[in-house]
Design a protein around this ligand. Structure first.
Ligand code: HEM
Length: 202
C-alpha cells in the first residue's frame, strides 16, 4: 500500500521490486522461523582433518567424522527458550515489531555457519520472499481436507505425501479498507505508522 497506493490493480499488475520485497520483514521472520523448525538440510557432517578439542571438551581425532543435527539443535530449549517448539516469527523481530533482528549464526544453523556458511542464503531468502509474496497477495491457501502432512527425514527434509492445498482467490478490498481506515484513524500517515499497521493486519 505504501508503494502502490489504494489502487488494487496496481498491487497486482507488476511483480514486487527488490526494495518492496526487502521491506516484508514479517514474511522474512516467518521464513526464518519455518526454516528453524523445518530446516531443508536437517543434518550435516564434517570430516576431521587434525586432532581437535571442541568447546565442550569433546576430543575428536583426525580421520573421524562429526555429524550434527540441525533439526534437533533448532528445537533445543537451552538454545531457543521455553517456546522452542512454537512457531513464533516474532522471535525474529524487535520488541515493537518494526525491525528484523538477526540472531547469532551459530545459534541458527539452518544454513550452517562460519567460513562454510551457505553461499546462496540471501538468494534463497529473496526467492522465497518473492514467491510467497506473489502467491499470498493473490491467493489464500488451506490444507486440503483429509490430507496427511508428514515430514520425511533424508539428506533434505521434505513432506512424505507432498502438500495438497485448496487455492482460494484473495479479496484484497477489505484489507485495503482496513489499512486505510485505521491509518486515517491514527491521524498520522507517516511511513513508520503505515509500516506498523501493515505488519499488524498482514
Ligand atoms: C532454503 C534454501 C537453502 C538451505 C536451507 C541451504 C543450506 C545449506 C547448508 C546447511 C549448507 C552447508 C553444507 C555443508 O556444511 O557442507 C549449504 C552450503 C552451500 N549452499 Fe546452500 N542452502 C540453500 C539454498 C542455496 C542456494 C539457493 C544456493 C545457490 C544459489 C546455495 C549454495 C550453497 C553453496 C555454494 C554451499 C557451499 C558453501 C561452502 O561449502 O563453502 N544454497 N547450504
Amino acid at each position: 500500500m505504501k508503494t502502490c497506493g489504494r489502487d488494487i490493480s496496481k498491487w497486482l499488475d507488476e511483480p514486487l521490486v527488490f526494495e518492496e520485497v526487502d521491506r516484508l520483514i514479517y514474511l522474512k521472520a516467518a521464513l526464518f522461523e519455518t526454516l528453524r523448525l523445518y530446516p531443508s538440510v536437517p543434518e550435516d557432517s564434517k570430516h576431521v582433518i587434525s586432532d581437535e578439542i571442541l568447546p565442550d571438551d569433546t576430543v575428536v581425532s583426525a580421520g573421524s567424522s562429526i555429524k550434527y543435527s540441525i533439526y534437533s539443535s533448532s528445537r533445543m530449549k537451552f538454545i531457543w527458550g521455553e517456546d522452542c517448539l512454537q512457531f513464533r516469527p516474532e522471535r525474529w523481530l524487535t520488541e515493537d515489531g518494526t525491525k528484523f533482528e538477526t540472531q547469532d549464526p551459530f545459534k541458527y544453523v539452518s544454513f550452517n555457519a562460519g567460513p562454510r556458511i551457505c553461499l546462496g542464503k540471501d538468494l534463497a531468502y529473496l526467492q522465497m520472499k518473492s514467491i510467497a509474496a506473489a502467491l499470498l497477495l493473490r491467493h489464500r491457501l488451506t490444507v486440503a481436507a483429509g490430507h496427511r502432512v508428514e515430514q520425511k527425514m533424508s539428506l533434505t527434509l521434505f513432506m512424505k505425501y507432498g502438500l495438497k492445498v485448496d487455492v482460494h482467490p484473495r479479496d484484497l478490498i477489505p484489507i485495503v479498507n482496513k489499512i486505510g481506515d485505521n491509518v486515517a484513524c491514527m491521524g498520522n500517515t507517516c511511513d513508520e505508522e503505515l509500516d506498523n499497521y501493515v505488519h499488524l493486519v498482514a
